[in-house]
Design a protein around this ligand. Sequence first.
Ligand code: F6R
Length: 256
Amino acid sequence: MEIIIQPTAEAATEIAARIIAKLLREKPDAVLGLATGSTPLRLYQKLADMKLDWSRATTFNLDEYTGLPREHPQSYHSFMWENLFRHINIRPENIHIPDGNAADIPAMCADYEKAIRDAGGIDLQLLGIGSDGHIGFNEPSSSLASRTRIKTLTGRTRSDNARFFGSPENVPLHVVTMGIGTIMEARTNLMLAFGENKAAAIAGTVEGPVTADNPASVLQFHPSAKVCLDEPAASQLKRADYYRWVYDNKPDWQSW
Ligand code: F6R
């Protein structure tokens, strides 16, 4: 894992934006996996400002609530259009977001997996992390081999997301999410985490045992996982000085 610790979320986001911009320049038909939530908001703003060419790119979002109309302001369809898609030149037919209102959820999930395969797999998957270590909406105890499917949110995640819905009870109970096995097949995983609220989950992800109790820890098995952190999110890492040292001494050919 490559651990990149920056003084601020702004600086960490800048690095993530450079990684994605480089991919899109080198591979204009790249397949990107995207995330929602507070963490990538700055990144999407930066990517929009960079005026990159998305005309040949394809995207797959990690997850969506079930039972929320697409037009609901908190649906991840609305989130993605509002915060990224309407600002870039991506073709609508190249955008994929799980359909949380599908009549047959398992069939929709199987089709989603097939669409990822048919697109040639995901080149770079962007990830946030829940305070309980979830990636996508793979809550603790999720199978580390799971595929796209329906999941039930924990009380903690519903409380964390209550800020978007007014109260925890208004946060949908069920979601559709790419599985951990799906995420692990992305060629690169790029995780962003900001704030002290994420510090324990990040310490477990990077330095803890690999365990379904902290689903993000499975990234220790991924051949190309990068984790961009601000100082508060990095504050419980035992080897933070080493990660800074590695980053500061990267050979030129490895920098973005
Ligand atoms: C969202 C997603 C989630 C979030 C996580 C953190 O698509 O997959 O795993 O990344 O819940 O959310 P924020 O960024 O709001 O703290």
